[in-house]
Design a protein around this ligand. Structure first.
Ligand SMILES: [Zn+2]
Length: 363
């Protein structure tokens, strides 16, 4: 069954994505085929040799090492708010790329994302980067409780305490997600208490899902196939469409649903607004936004900012949306929950963006 090549108007469709078994390392390796980075690091149309920068990169070695040979334009733009990164880039310039960029996304200086980024930088430049104190206290607390409960549940062989341990372990994992997006830090390895790998998630989540949200390059969706098929396909059988309603809640890790990539302006930030949904119940609330992927659109656009800063960005976000005539609205958790089931039954792309919208952006 060939998936409808939704959201792929200007891209070379990654045929390799349909070759079968998918892994995070395989995604990195195969994506290099289409990126035209020639073994270097591609940012826009320039090729850069960052080999000597690996040990000096303020964000840590891992990001640079694992992206060699890739077009890193989007992650570079989203991760670096300060203009200093762009200023030092020419030091590493090697040559212009031979082929055009295989991505429709744009980052024009006067476009939506760059404008918002400048404003976010102005607002956050005096705030110390890294997790806030209360974010650290919260995750440390969750780790201690998880470990204590796991010991107690093992000692008394108690199922209920074991289940409670699972809830705190889930919270720990979600909180650690905030940390692995940021510069390398030892607390990000709390994530591995879940037996999942920080490195793998930096690929599937930070480099894939955050950048190519809800497209065929989004590993967080692709890794669920064939069990869950959020992408519309012409011939979905009823087991895939409706059977998955029964087991799909077991897989939910975040709440969003796909829609057509219909906007003419290919600004990357606008694409994020189209692809990501935010829940009004948890927006800008502590600790619930931290514990349930709240303030999701802002997190998608500025993933390296600590989650605690995001709630302060709504005024500049609203101002920029108004200026660009962009509508951003919150949704309800219930609507998004229903949307997941609806999406699983879709055989044709959704051409109605922002369905089930509720309240407007609150400032
Ligand atoms: Zn994230």
């Amino acid at each position: 069954m060939t998936p409808i090549k939704l959201s792929w108007p200007d891209w070379k469709y990654p045929e390799w994505i349909d070759e079968g078994y998918r892994t995070t390392r395989g995604w990195l390796e195969k994506k290099k085929r289409d990126d035209g980075a020639e073994g270097l690091w591609r940012i826009h149309n320039g090729l850069y040799d960052l080999t000597t920068w690996v040990d000096k990169h303020p964000g840590g070695k891992l990001w640079i090492k694992m992206t060699q040979g890739l077009d890193v334009t989007e992650i570079f733009e989203a991760s670096h708010l300060s203009p200093s990164a762009e200023k030092i880039l020419p030091t590493f310039f090697v040559r212009e790329a031979r082929i055009s960029r295989n991505s429709p996304y744009t980052f024009h200086p006067g476009g939506f994302f760059r404008t918002l980024k400048r404003r976010v930088y102005e607002k956050t430049k005096n705030i110390k980067r890294g997790p806030s104190k209360r974010a650290i206290v919260l995750i440390d607390l969750f780790v201690v409780i998880t470990l204590l409960l796991s010991i107690i549940s093992a000692k008394y062989f108690n199922f209920y305490i074991g289940a409670l341990t699972g809830i705190f372990l889930t919270g720990t994992t979600i909180l650690a997600h905030n940390l692995f997006h940021q510069r390398d830090n030892w607390r990000m390895y709390y994530f591995q208490l879940s037996l999942m790998s920080v490195t793998d998630w930096r690929i599937s989540h930070a480099l894939s899902h955050h950048i190519y949200t809800n497209t065929r390059l989004d590993l967080e969706i692709l890794l669920m196939e064939p069990l869950l098929q959020w992408f519309p396909k012409e011939q979905k059988n009823w087991i895939v469409k409706y059977g998955s309603w029964i087991y799909s809640p077991l897989f939910y890790c975040s709440l969003y649903f796909l829609q057509a990539f219909s906007r003419n302006d290919k600004d990357w930030g606008l694409n994020q607004i189209d692809a990501v949904n935010d829940r009004i119940e948890v927006a800008a609330t502590f600790p619930w936004a931290h514990l349930s992927f709240g303030d999701h659109t802002l997190h998608h656009m500025f993933p390296t900012l600590d989650h605690d800063i995001l709630s302060e960005l709504y005024p500049v976000f609203e101002k920029t949306c108004l200026e660009f005539g962009v509508e951003f609205r919150f949704n309800t958790t219930w609507n998004l929950f229903k949307g997941q089931f609806h999406q699983l039954t879709r055989t044709l792309p959704n051409t109605v963006p922002r369905e089930n919208i509720t309240a407007p952006l609150k400032s």
